[in-house]
Design a protein around this ligand. Structure first.
Ligand SMILES: OC[C@@H]1[C@@H](O)[C@H](O)[C@@H](O)c2[nH]c(CCc3ccccc3)c[n+]21
Length: 449
């Protein structure tokens, strides 16, 4: 039987995603202020092998040829983030013209090559000067973030059609304040829900500010990892509900519904704050789309000794090279997209990140580097997106994570997610077979799957 031909919607966005601290390098160039990730990566023991974002892909200096590479792949869109500290070195107040100019030139070159920018305002690299004032633990950060957002909206909204306020507030709150494995490295269950709440207030304040000056689309990007119970026991079912509330609903529901899931009381216990209704009204500003970052699923088992969720995830069969062994599970993406369709009124969705790191085979030099496992991963997950579209989910774009191998936060350069290989000594970019595969998928709007 011939394979049914796959086609995506006519104006579907096909892109790659990156973030400022992970690819730019030159973190203090041209008047930029340091971020919490500059400090964190320069703190011994925080990042594997002592890696930092000082150079990484050197995109801050190679951006012109990098945009040309994106064009050669046939991308019609590119998701990147703006480093807050390049624009406002102290986080508020003084604007650093050179920083804003860099992003304006990048946007102009993307548009000249037929590539739509999707711009993230915050992808974890908070200005260190604001962390010194309490950072995400200070309620004033909602105003600080809206001030920064306004500076960028006023300069670029005539050319940027797709804005994102925050990338993955869950990772910032869980990694940066609950477990302390990401910047700013706090391990405190009383801080985590407050950081989470202030992140969402900042999101709301920026969306509210956008409605006064912006004419395009703005949304929130969340990481969703669907949770499946390891058994049908009451304990495993309850643990799965807690895990789903803590990661997948804690941010989506205040943004879309104006309320927090009840299960958070079980997670945070007496650390669970009570928030004024006005806060939730601010957070629930109407947004134009939901950005979903999907990588894997979690099979959840109750574990009363595990902090703070009293649950653990059960390792599955085929998984990627991520330390936690992220399972390759494309059905989880279908389930996630249909869950959003059904539970939140079928909002417009972009898959703002999807990808995998594998132990790619030993890299021999040459025009193309073989990465068959990544090709298989992308094929299965892009097919999953198509399945969800056929079943009525309103999916409008897909961004592969990532364009380049890059700085993978606390894992440093040890994890490679790129469709394009990065040689960190020579900074040579080399396409992998996954880049060629993705180019064909884009050129045929999905038919080449
Ligand atoms: O780890 C790969 C990428 C990062 O490089 C991006 O900066 C970040 O946006 C991003 N988020 C996720 C998923 C977050 C997650 C972490 C832990 C467990 C489940 C999901 C994966 N990634």
């Amino acid at each position: 039987m011939t394979k049914p031909s796959i086609h995506f919607p006519k104006d579907f966005l096909w892109g790659c995603a990156t973030s400022a601290y992970q690819i730019e390098g030159s973190p203090l160039a041209d008047g930029a202020g340091p971020s919490v990730w500059h400090r964190f990566s320069h703190t011994p023991g925080r990042v594997q092998d002592g890696d930092t974002g000082d150079v990484t892909c050197d995109h801050y200096r190679r951006w012109e040829s990098d945009v040309d590479l994106m064009q050669s792949l046939g991308l019609n869109s590119y998701r990147f983030s703006i480093a807050w500290g390049r624009v406002l070195p102290e986080g508020t107040g003084r604007v650093n013209a050179a920083g804003l100019d860099f992003y304006e030139r990048l946007v102009d070159r993307l548009l000249s090559r037929g590539i739509q920018p999707m711009v993230t305002l915050f992808h974890w690299d908070l200005p260190a000067a604001l962390d010194d004032r309490g950072g995400w633990l200070n309620r004033d950060i909602a105003h600080w973030f809206a001030e920064y957002a306004n500076v960028v909206f006023r300069r670029l909204d005539d050319r940027v059609k797709y804005w994102t306020t925050l990338n993955e507030p869950w990772v910032v709150a869980d990694g940066g304040y609950m477990h302390g494995v990401l910047a700013p490295g706090h391990r405190n269950i009383f801080e985590a829900p407050r950081a989470a709440h202030h992140l969402m207030m900042a999101h709301g304040a920026a969306v509210q500010a956008y409605r006064a000056v912006g004419r395009n689309q703005i949304g929130l990007v969340v990481n969703i990892e669907p949770k499946y119970p390891a058994s049908q026991s009451d304990a495993d079912l309850a643990a799965t509900r807690r895990a789903e509330a803590y990661m997948n609903r804690q941010y989506l529901e205040p943004a879309l519904l104006g309320s927090y899931p009840e299960e958070l009381h079980e997670v945070f216990g007496d650390a669970c704050p009570k928030w004024p209704e006005a806060d939730l009204k601010l957070i629930k500003q109407p947004i134009d789309y939901v950005g979903v970052n999907y990588y894997t699923r979690a099979v959840v088992r109750s574990d009363p000794t595990a902090w703070p969720l009293k649950s653990t995830t059960v390792k599955q069969k085929q998984h990627t090279h991520m330390e936690t062994g992220w399972e390759v599970f494309p059905q989880g993406l279908v389930d996630t997209l249909l869950w959003i369709r059904d539970k939140y009124g079928n909002p417009p969705v972009y898959i703002t990140e999807n990808g995998a790191c594998f132990f790619d085979p030993p890299q021999v030099e040459g025009p193309v580097l073989e990465d068959p496992l990544r090709v298989d991963y992308l094929r299965k997950h892009i097919t999953a997106v198509h399945t969800a579209i056929q079943r009525g989910a309103d999916i409008r774009g897909y961004f592969a994570w990532s364009l380049f191998d890059n700085f993978e936060w606390a894992f440093g350069f040890s994890k490679r997610f790129g469709l394009v290989h990065m040689n960190y000594e020579t900074l040579k970019r080399t396409l992998k077979t996954s880049a060629h595969f993705y180019s064909k998928v884009i050129a045929t709007n999905g038919a080449a799957l």
